[in-house]
Design a binder for this molecule. Structure first.
Ligand code: FAD
Length: 460
């Protein structure tokens, strides 16, 4: 009898280490590893441009690691509900394994599970990308948490997350050369994920190395050299954070790996930094918990009283011009412009500056948070289905455990506090640049924002 074949369908888990679906499949017999580019299914948010760039390189790295283990990465494009059953048939797979996802796309997985089982296949899903799956952390009444601190406390009370799993020793491919199944793969180039005309990805290439090996190295360097400075994480001019976010978004590294690397033998000086850092990783878990319970997070206010908010129309002047100035980093407010330029050039922005730029768009320009969220979605390499909308709604005041709307960040005071020597600003705005005048008066626009918020207050 020939060895049974398992189809492993990878999604946001582009790694060979700590990948339970892959490891279990190799224990079962032959394995075909597949990645599907699905821009069509309902519940799947098509990737933005910067993420597509990252995906190209991440898949290149992954294909190489799989080949080194003896396997092959098969690329397909299309709707999961047709392509996965088709691929299972073509490969002669008797089982399909995947690691669970937690967005609205899980409906696709649930339907596939039923359909494939109906065809007699074994279908198993695994926990890989969240340490605390949403249905395991609920309030005493069984409801989802809406506030981070009790959520994170409850997570920690469930016990230590499991240890990361090793990469498989080898991947055995089905014996195609001896008359077994034959199946084709798309070429990565045919997906045209990289920008060409124009090629705007120069800054991204300079800044990042996508892929699992780079993710592991980033974590090691952070834990060994940077973590002790994490208490300075709010200073954008100082290297004090991990830059793991795109690696975590694509699943090139798992939160279990991050957790145990940072938890392991810390010297006492690093302990409070480690706890703070891990609580930020906890915010990622919290945001996925929110998205799981509220799949419309990117399009609808989590707090429906915000539906009454009188946003300006960004298609009309002067808001159109103001929005364009925000996107290109030409608002005349240095910290905002530095941040928007960092984003455009590198696909990343420091967290403190993300809050300042988002607040400026929402509260000084009165432009709907969804417009900014979409811009970040398209330009961030770490664009995350849960953390991007959750953070935008946090800044707007419409989200779970959000900053109150009336707390308007003043970008000039933020600069004084967090970038007093302009280390960060001068990195993105040349000192000899003919710099624009502010497009809005900060004090007057703050007043208008508070007046606009009255509509929400009285609608509630
Ligand atoms: P570190 O400080 O080293 O944190 C470690 C990890 O914890 C991060 O990699 C990330 O996975 C997680 N984390 C840290 N802060 C947060 C947070 N506030 N919310 C959720 N997870 C967090 N993060 C994304 O991963 N994707 C996004 O699309 C995204 N959009 C954002 C939009 C806005 C408006 C704001 C204010 C924040 C957004 N963040 C997003 C959160 C945060 O800015 C980034 O996670 C962080 O800057 C990444 O840098 P780092 O890896 O060096 O972070």
């Amino acid at each position: 009898m020939s060895t049974p074949t398992t189809l492993v369908w990878l999604r946001n888990d582009l790694r060979v280490a700590d990948n339970p679906a892959l490891l279990e499949a190799t224990r079962r017999g032959a394995v075909v590893v597949a990645y599907l580019l699905d821009d069509e299914s309902e519940g799947v948010r098509p990737l933005g441009a910067a993420s597509r760039w990252w995906l190209h390189h991440s898949l290149t790295a992954l294909a190489l690691s799989i080949a080194e283990l003896g396997g092959r990465l098969v690329l397909r494009r299309g709707r999961a509900d047709t392509e996965i059953p088709r691929l299972a048939k073509e490969t002669g797979a008797s089982a399909v394994y995947w690691n669970r996802r937690y967005s609205g796309a899980r409906d696709i997985d649930a339907a596939l599970k039923v359909a494939l089982r109906g065809e007699g296949l074994e279908v198993t899903s695994f926990q890989a990308n969240l340490m605390f799956e949403p249905w395991t952390v609920t309030t005493g009444e069984g409801n989802p948490y809406r506030v981070f601190t009790p959520f994170w406390k409850a997570c920690q009370e469930t016990g230590e997350p499991r240890q990361p799993l090793p990469a498989p020793d080898a991947i055995i491919s089905p014996a195609t050369e001896t008359g077994g199944p034959s199946f084709a793969s798309d070429t990565l180039d045919s997906w045209a994920l990289l920008p060409t005309a124009p090629d705007w990805a120069g800054g991204l290439r300079e800044r990042w190395i996508p892929g699992e090996a780079s993710a592991a190295e980033t974590l090691d360097t952070f834990a060994a050299e940077v973590l002790t400075d994490y208490h300075r994480r709010d200073e954008p001019g100082h290297e004090a954070t991990s830059h793991l976010s795109p690696h975590l978004s694509f699943g090139e590294i798992s939160p279990f790996q991050v957790w145990h690397r940072v938890r392991g033998d810390l010297d006492p000086g690093a302990r409070s930094n480690a706890a703070k850092f891990l609580s930020e990783v906890g915010w990622r878990e919290f945001n996925w918990n929110i998205l799981y319970n509220f799949p419309a997070l990117a399009t609808a206010n989590y707090r429906p009283d915000f539906d009454a908010f009188p946003w300006e129309n960004p298609d009309e002047e002067p808001h159109r011009t103001e929005l364009a100035a925000w996107k290109s980093g030409n608002t005349g407010i240095p910290l905002v412009d530095a941040g928007m330029r960092e984003l455009w050039q590198t696909g990343y922005m420091h967290n403190r500056v993300r809050m300042v730029t988002a607040s400026f768009l929402i509260k000084n320009l009165l432009i709907d948070w969804r417009v900014g969220e979409q811009w970040f979605w398209d330009t961030l390499v770490d664009a995350d289905e849960a953390s991007n909308p959750a953070n935008w709604q946090w800044v707007a005041g419409s989200g779970a455990d959000a900053a109150p709307y009336f707390r308007v960040f003043n970008p000039v005071l933020q600069e004084k506090k967090f970038d007093p020597r302009r280390t960060y600003i001068s990195r993105w705005i040349p000192s000899d640049e003919l710099y624009p005048q502010p497009i809005v008066d900060l004090a007057a626009s703050r007043k208008e924002a508070l007046a606009a918020y009255d509509v929400v207050k009285y609608a509630a």
